[in-house]
Design a protein around this ligand. Structure first.
Ligand code: FAD
Ligand code: EPU
Length: 345
């Protein structure tokens, strides 16, 4: 039977470094152990946790936190001349998966280097960076439906992926993801589709990059721009980039020349929230230990002893200001965790 600890600090288990406690905490090493564990704890709320790099705890968690510590190695399911189909255990650190594939010359996830978290969490918000996202290569997710106890293989279409979105994010707690299938491309040249990455490679004199060049460039850009959670608490981008209609964009672009824009299909335009927040003067703002990162306005930080509520309050002030200035409602990307009974508080 899995050992369950009581009243355990989660400070080292969330990258904001928030000093909250879990009423119960268990580590899951085998997916088959999940349902027996859940059946013992039907009376309390449950939270799956990977590396805690995309959560903001507002208070102690009065339920069971289940840490994904699944074991296993990458397996090759099928290999053709131009593509390779692999299975990835959910407990692997995502960056180790990227390393493994880049070392073997398998193209597909090299721009997703250095994203913190577990492989099993990657589909939750369809992680993305520097021109690609998980859904570009994922073919299936193996999950346990916690309502029925069924083990299911969901195809990519069934996962309902969108920008930083999925079926799993819309139904948190319903499906436990324990294994991914990815299709990658041995020997294929990378496509560079992100301006900052292209500029970086050009500045290095690399005009025909291979996947190792792209991997290294992404790692270097990220290290220069994003705070290391081991030094300064954060959860990456706090908000999603908003998507607006053409008219709204045109009005804003007139008022704010230089407003960046990325086509998002159907005559809709994605605007970098970091630009809006930066332009509103929040970059580098600090109140107590809660702040806005001085190099990336989309990243909220904990300089040491901020509480989840202080960071959340700052997020709300930024959201209100962005709405007043630009008529845009920002949506947090980070999952805000509070006790179920207080959800509407
Ligand atoms: P956690 O924070 O532990 O969990 C996140 C959510 O997933 C929670 O709601 C949790 O309940 C749920 N969950 C966890 N495991 C499972 C499971 N097995 N089954 C079902 N649900 C589960 N994200 C990007 O997309 N792109 C980036 O470039 C990026 N850069 C980042 C940079 C930094 C410095 C940081 C700190 C974060 C960044 N992120 C980025 C966000 C984060 O890395 C990803 O969201 C990552 O996938 C979270 O993984 P985790 O294991 O830490 O998830
Ligand atoms: N910008 C500013 N000021 C800032 C930050 C950004 O003007 O303080 C401008 C930049 O100059 C650029 C634009 O905003 O023109 C975009 O900036 P950046 O390339 O840094 O990307 P982002 O939109 O801020 C997104 C993702 C990141 C991902 C990067 C690279 C979201 C919410 N965030 O950030 O993902 O790593 O692109 O692809 O989509 C995360 O999800 O946690 C995350 C870090």
């Amino acid at each position: 039977m899995i050992e369950v600890k009581e009243n355990i600090s989660l400070k080292a288990l969330n990258t904001f470094g928030l000093d909250v406690k879990a009423r119960y905490l268990a580590s899951l090493h085998q997916a088959d152990d999940l349902m027996p564990l859940l059946n013992r704890f039907r009376h309390v709320p449950v939270l799956f946790l990977g590396e805690g790099s995309n959560v903001l705890f507002l208070e102690d968690f009065e339920g069971l936190v289940i840490l994904n510590r699944l074991e296993g190695e990458i397996e090759i399911l099928d290999q053709q001349e131009e593509s390779i189909h692999i299975a990835v255990p959910g407990g692997m650190h995502w960056h180790d998966v990227v390393n493994h594939t880049v070392e073997r010359g398998w193209q597909g996830i090299e721009t997703l280097a250095l994203i913190p978290g577990k492989a099993g969490t990657a589909p939750f918000q369809n992680i993305g960076a520097y021109g690609s996202e998980l859904a570009d290569v994922l073919t299936a997710c193996h999950v346990i439906d916690t309502e029925t106890g069924q083990n299911m293989r969901l195809t990519k279409d069934q996962c309902g992926f969108g920008y930083r979105d999925s079926l799993f994010k819309r139904r948190p707690g319903r499906y436990f993801i324990h294994r991914l299938e990815l299709r990658l491309f041995p020997g294929r040249a990378p496509q560079v589709r992100y301006r900052a990455l292209e500029n970086y490679l050009n500045d290095q004199g690399i005009t025909r990059p291979d996947i190792k060049d792209v991997f290294r460039a992404v790692v270097e850009i990220r290290r220069a721009k994003l705070p290391d959670p081991a030094v300064t608490g954060n959860a990456g981008s706090f908000f999603k980039n908003p998507v607006v209609g053409r008219e709204h964009y045109d009005r804003l672009a007139q008022a704010y020349p230089g407003l960046p824009a990325y086509p998002a299909g159907n005559d809709r335009i994605k605007i970098p929230a970091g630009w809006l927040i930066d332009r509103a003067g929040w970059k580098g703002f600090r109140e107590g230990d809660a702040g806005v990162h001085p190099k990336q306005a989309l990243v909220l930080v904990n300089y040491g002893n901020a509480t989840g509520f202080q960071i959340y309050k700052l997020a709300q002030r930024i959201m209100a200001d962005v709405f007043d200035r630009y008529g845009i409602s920002l949506e947090p990307e980070v999952r805000i965790i509070r006790n179920a009974a207080k959800q509407n508080r």
